[in-house]
Design a protein around this ligand. Sequence first.
Ligand SMILES: Cc1ncc(COP(=O)(O)O)c(C=O)c1O
Length: 432
Amino acid sequence: MLFSDDTDALVAADRAHSWHPFTQMRAWCDPAHEPLVLVEGEGAILRDSRGREYLDGNSSIWTNLHGHNHPRLNAAIRAQLDRVAHISFLGSTNAPAARLAERLCALFPPRTLTRAFFSDNGSTAIEVALKMAVQFWQLDGRPERDRFIAFDRAYHGDTAGAASVGGIASFHGRFERMHFPVERIASVEELDAIAHPETLAAVVIEPLVQGAAGIRLWPAGMLRTLRAWCDAHGVFLILDEVLTGFGRTGAMFACEREGVIPDFLCLAKGLSGGYLPLAATLTTERVFERFLGETAEERTLYYGHSYTGNPLACAAALASLDIFRDDRTLDRLAPKIDRMRDLLAGLATHPRVREVRQCGFIAGIEIGADKETPYPWTELRGARVCEAARAHGLLTRPVLDTIVLMPPYCTTDEQLAQAVDAIRRGIDEVCR
Ligand SMILES: Cc1ncc(COP(=O)(O)O)c(C=O)c1O
């Protein structure tokens, strides 16, 4: 436990020298704002430097699965740390990374997704898929297949390639000139209007639910329709399961819910149990084999990062998969998903709640002046509700006026009820 002077010193250092992501730093540095200094975690609970406890209502930005300070994850990382913390995946392999590639591919039917390419985060998992798709078509003698289709309001990360297939103007609009051109559609119905599908490389989508768009659900069956369209036109399907992967939707992967296997599957966030930065792009043997040849043929994928295949992160990911198996995590999650639905049904009738959207253990509660009228976004109601909920023991962030509720899977029924109650009280206080 840190003492309060340490908190003050930390905050002073942070204000003087840190720059936080997605944060208006003037507001952050305003003396009236009390930055949160988190020091400990245990299960679904986080503790701050002043000893206050919060439920981790957004799983630390959608990463944590089994809870904080999990003994098995801790032990796996410690055991690997006693061997070696990091070694390059360029020119050598290591046991956790090799075993993890094998285990990830084994989560899919044989001869479907058979190769895992590691990187560091969700954005890079997408970059890898985009570059593999483009290079595949070049090596396949069809370099004209270089166009991408993406969806309105999509979010695939902030690096230039991932942002190119993103569709959130407020995040990415000003960097437009750095992005490659992409055709954007709002629904699968618009696919038939796409000219020259024979020059498409791939379609990219967040399956079942668009997270950063404000937890927006796709219609049931949409993913299956998309897969069929891609097959009919020989176009790759890239699924971004950075958010939805590893149980969030109730199935291990969202694509399972519609019986779809993509050509590229992008994983990050929960891959390491939410412990360490790690991403994987899974693909098929068909894709992999196109890249094989003599070095001089220049078929090699020249892409990689210094920490690719990091043994600590891969050891954590293996332990996370062990927990899924041994604790029957998905079976035990199913009743909690129902419980979340019941609790949120109570909130849906609140006069300031426009809509409640839920997919598995992911929920968005959209607030507004009334059922039809959104608040002006400049009023920052969503952020203010989250700040008010913090005083009632819930830590989460909104997407504009949609409050996100996506706690770790170890959250108890009682904690879930407290979280929903904290949101209700936050709404009552901010939107009276
Ligand atoms: C669906 C999706 N894809 C990609 C990303 C980017 O991941 P990262 O922040 O690890 O780069 C995110 C992050 O929220 C996401 O939700």
